[in-house]
Design a protein around this ligand. Structure first.
Ligand code: AMP
Ligand code: FE
Ligand code: FE
Ligand code: ZN
Length: 286
């Protein structure tokens, strides 16, 4: 009996981060670096959630096996509804699926074209930003606004990431260009077809609260209650919403390595039973 209690407590104490980016999207760390940092900070499991890419998963899994950190395969997809970006995480997806990989490749190609358009908007505004420079910054990653922000900072046009989004890159700002559009319903279907479980990422970014409830009613299975940008009050609000609709209560740091100033890995954690809940709803659970 004593040992059973001990085991349960051990399991409860296992820390998990379910939202992490590598340099295969807009994070600054390799999969191996992410695993090493997670291990040093006492995490027992984490999910690699790159935007439009699953390329970091195999390497993270190998590194995770070596260091004893469980890696949950995942992806972060962008949907759009009424000009609002909605980020949806898919966990335990069949990341080896060939059609899905081709689809992600087309999304990454569309990102390159979109970045070209954003660069030319910036140039028309008189800013000396080079596509070559942005491509180099992105390296192997799914190119995006965080890479552009980095170039704007480097050239001294803005004071930091948040300034870059406020002045040029945020939704509706002068250099903003929309991504390839999927509806929330289409996105949930993609994740479902891959045997995965869908979770609404950083719901605080959706200003229209009715829209959040509409997405829930479309069939999302979980919601990020805990996120590095959520205040206690925000987390409490989304926890209540999760309880109302019976959603999985998830969370993660949304760490982008050093791209958002500081390393967010370690700032947010959820208990291991969240992984078990996600796994129990997934078709493939490895
Ligand atoms: P993209 O995928 O190119 O649309 O860029 C999305 C990335 O930009 C994500 O990593 C977001 O966390 C980041 N992002 C979006 N809006 C902001 C903002 N207002 N301030 C800082 N980062 C942001
Ligand atoms: Fe990102
Ligand atoms: Fe996101
Ligand atoms: Zn993210």
């Amino acid at each position: 009996m004593v040992s059973l209690i001990g085991l349960t407590r051990k399991k409860i104490l296992r820390k998990v981060d379910l939202h992490i980016h590598t340099y295969f999207s807009d994070g600054s760390f390799s999969p191996e670096e992410v695993i090493e940092i997670a291990k040093n900070k006492g995490f027992s499991a984490l999910a690699i959630t790159d935007h439009d890419s699953v390329s970091g998963i195999p390497r993270a899994k190998i590194a995770g096996k070596k260091l004893g950190v469980e890696v949950i395969p995942a992806v972060e997809l962008t949907a759009e509804e009424k000009d609002t970006e909605i980020h949806i995480l898919g966990y335990f997806i069949d990341y080896k699926d060939e059609n899905f990989r081709k689809f992600l490749k087309s999304l990454r190609q569309a990102r390159i074209e979109r970045t070209f358009k954003m660069v030319s908007k910036l140039r028309k505004l008189g800013l000396d930003i080079d596509m070559e420079d942005v491509l180099e910054t992105a390296g192997p990653g799914a190119i995006g606004r965080l890479h552009l922000a980095f170039c704007l900072i480097k050239k001294g046009y803005v004071n930091g990431i948040y300034d870059a989004f406020a002045k040029y890159l945020g939704e509706g700002k002068a250099a903003y260009v929309r991504k390839k559009r999927l509806t929330p319903g289409e996105t949930l279907q993609i994740i479902k077809n891959l045997g995965g479980v869908s979770v609404l990422a950083h719901p605080h970014t959706i200003k229209n609260k009715k829209m959040v409830e509409d997405i829930i009613k479309t069939g999302i299975e979980g919601i990020e209650v805990y996120h590095s940008d959520h205040s206690l009050k925000t987390s409490r609000y989304f926890r209540k919403l999760a309880e109302k609709y019976g959603l999985i209560i998830s969370g993660g740091s949304d760490c982008h390595g050093l791209r958002k100033g500081k390393i967010l890995l370690g700032s947010v954690s959820v208990p291991y039973h969240v992984v078990e809940e996600l796994r129990s709803k997934a078709k493939i659970n490895d």
